[in-house]
Design a protein around this ligand. Structure first.
Ligand code: GLY
Ligand code: MN
Ligand code: MN
Length: 435
C-alpha cells in the first residue's frame, strides 16, 4: 500500500499549485475482455499517484483555496459483493486508512459534485481523456449553470489537471526511487534467468514463461507492458510480440520485458545468443550498441538536456555504421541526412515511472529540450536493426539488437537501476556457459 504520508504530501503539493478551484480525477474503469470476463484491473496512474487507492469506481476531488480539502468517492461496503469479489474499504474505511478529509459513496457522485462546483474559479479536469467522464462532467456543469439565478456561478475555466501532476511525477521522491530500484532488480533477475534458461529449439514463449515466473515469485503484480521475446529476424520488428517462434542455433534473442511493482514499472531489454556464444558479426554490432548505450548513460546527468543521451548514442552509432560499411560518407553527413535511420529508427529513451512511457513533457514551453534533474527516471535504449538489403553485407542480415537500462538522475550523475542485468559479452557468455 502506498505510504499514507507520501500520498497526503502529493495531494497538498498539488492543491498549492492549483491555487483555487476544484479538481476531479476519476480512476480507470473495469474492462470486459470477453463475454463476462474482465481484464485484470489496473488503476489510473494519476489517480493512484494522488491516493494510493486501488479500487475501481473511485473518484478523487480536490478543493483548493484557503481551506484545501481532499474528498474520495468510492464503492460502498457490500457483504454480498465482498464474498464474491473481495474486500472493499467503503467510504469510512477509505477516509481513515488513506487520509482523506471526506469520503462519500460513489452512488452520491451526481448528487454532490454540482454543489462542490458552484462558485469555484476553475475546474481542473482531463477533458478528452474519456468520453464517458466528459459527458458526466458536462452534465454537472450544466446543473451548476441552471442555478445561475440563485447566485451560484459555474467555473469560468477548465484546465487540464494532468499538466500540473506531470510536473510532480517527473521528479521521483525517495519513496518512489526505492520502489523503482526494487522493480528494476526483479526485472534484472528475470533477464538473467531467461539467459540461463535459453537453448536452441526452444520457443520464444518458453523463455517468456521463465521471466514471468521470476516477476511473480518476486512479488511483482504484473508485467509493466506487453513483453517482446524476439528470436532472429523477429528482433527487427520493433513491436514484435507474438512470441511464438522457435529459437535457432546461431541467432540472437532480444527480450524487452519489465515488471510492475506496486504501480511502478521497470523496462529492460537484453539481447543474447540463443546458443550462448556470439558470432563475429553479432559481436561487432553488439559492442557497437553497447558502446553507444554507455555513452548515452554517461550523458544522462543533471544539467544536461533531455536529448543529450540520444545525441551521444547517435554519434557512436553513426560512426560504427560507417566503419561496418552500412552507411557511406562522413559521420556529420550520415547524421545530417538521416542515413542511420535505416538501422536505428527510434529514440534513445523515455521517462519511466508509474507508466512505462511515463508522464512528463520532453520540451519546455519555449520549445527547448527539458533539463535533466535529480529524481528524474528514464530509460536508455539504443539499438541496431539490420534487415536484408542490397546495401548491407549479408553476414549482418536479420541481426536486431537493443540494450535498455533504467536510469535515475542523481545530484552528481546517475544510478543505473537495472545494473544487475548482465550485458557485457563476457558476462553473458559466462552466465550461459555455466547455466
Ligand atoms: N518496452 C517499451 C519500450 O521500451 O519503450
Ligand atoms: Mn523503453
Ligand atoms: Mn523496453
Amino acid at each position: 500500500m502506498l505510504n499514507l504520508k507520501e500520498s497526503q504530501q502529493r495531494r497538498s503539493q498539488l492543491l498549492k499549485k492549483m491555487g483555487e478551484g476544484v479538481a476531479i480525477i476519476p480512476t480507470s474503469p473495469e474492462l470486459i475482455r470477453n463475454r463476462d470476463s474482465h481484464y485484470s484491473y489496473r488503476f489510473d496512474s494519476y489517480f493512484y499517484y494522488l491516493t494510493g487507492f486501488k479500487e475501481p469506481e473511485s473518484v478523487l476531488m480536490l478543493i483548493a483555496g484557503e481551506h484545501p480539502k481532499s474528498i474520495l468517492f468510492c464503492r460502498d461496503k457490500d457483504m454480498e459483493r465482498e464474498i464474491w469479489d473481495g474486500f472493499r474499504y467503503g467510504p469510512d474505511g477509505a477516509k481513515e486508512q488513506f487520509g482523506f478529509d471526506e469520503a462519500y459513496s460513489i452512488n452520491q457522485l451526481d448528487e454532490l459534485v454540482p454543489n462542490f462546483l458552484g462558485n469555484q474559479a476553475h475546474l481542473f479536469y482531463s477533458l478528452g481523456a474519456d468520453s464517458h467522464w466528459d459527458a458526466r462532467v458536462t452534465g454537472w456543469l450544466n446543473k451548476v449553470k441552471d442555478l445561475v439565478r440563485t447566485g451560484v456561478s459555474a467555473p469560468a475555466s477548465i484546465q487540464d489537471i494532468r499538466q500540473l501532476i506531470d510536473m510532480q511525477r517527473l521528479v521521483k521522491s525517495l519513496y518512489e526511487q526505492d520502489l523503482m530500484r526494487r522493480s528494476a532488480n526483479i526485472a534484472a533477475r528475470a533477464h538473467n534467468r531467461a539467459m540461463q534458461f535459453t537453448r536452441p529449439n526452444m520457443h520464444e514463449y518458453e523463455v517468456e514463461a521463465e521471466f514471468l515466473h521470476e516477476f511473480y515469485r518476486s512479488g511483482a503484480q504484473s508485467p509493466a507492458y506487453t513483453s517482446i521475446v524476439a528470436g532472429g529476424a523477429n528482433a527487427c520488428t520493433l513491436h514484435y510480440n507474438a512470441n511464438n517462434c522457435s529459437l535457432h542455433d546461431g541467432d540472437l534473442l532480444l527480450i524487452d520485458a519489465g515488471c510492475e511493482l506496486d504501480g511502478y514499472a521497470s523496462d529492460i531489454t537484453r539481447t543474447f545468443p540463443v546458443n550462448g556464444k556470439f558470432s563475429a558479426p553479432q559481436v561487432d554490432l553488439y559492442e557497437l550498441v553497447l558502446t553507444a548505450q554507455l555513452a548515452a548513460i554517461h550523458a544522462a546527468k543533471p544539467g544536461n538536456h533531455w536529448n543529450a543521451p540520444h545525441e551521444a548514442a547517435l554519434d557512436v552509432l553513426a560512426q560504427g555504421f560507417i566503419d561496418f560499411k552500412l552507411c557511406k560518407g562522413s559521420k556529420d553527413k550520415v547524421l545530417d541526412n538521416g542515413d542511420y535511420r535505416q538501422f536505428y529508427m527510434h529514440r534513445t529513451g523515455h521517462w519511466l515511472g508509474l507508466d512505462v512511457h511515463d508522464a512528463g513533457d520532453y520540451k519546455n514551453k519555449a520549445g527547448n529540450w527539458a533539463t535533466l534533474e535529480a529524481g528524474n527516471t528514464l530509460t536508455v535504449e539504443p539499438g541496431c536493426y539490420v534487415r536484408p538489403a542490397d546495401n548491407v553485407p549479408e553476414y549482418f542480415w536479420n541481426i536486431g539488437i537493443r540494450i535498455e537500462d533504467d536510469v535515475l538522475i542523481t545530484n552528481t550523475g546517475n544510478e543505473v537501476l537495472t545494473k544487475n542485468a548482465l550485458k557485457s559479452v563476457a558476462d553473458i557468455e559466462a552466465l550461459m556457459k555455466n547455466a
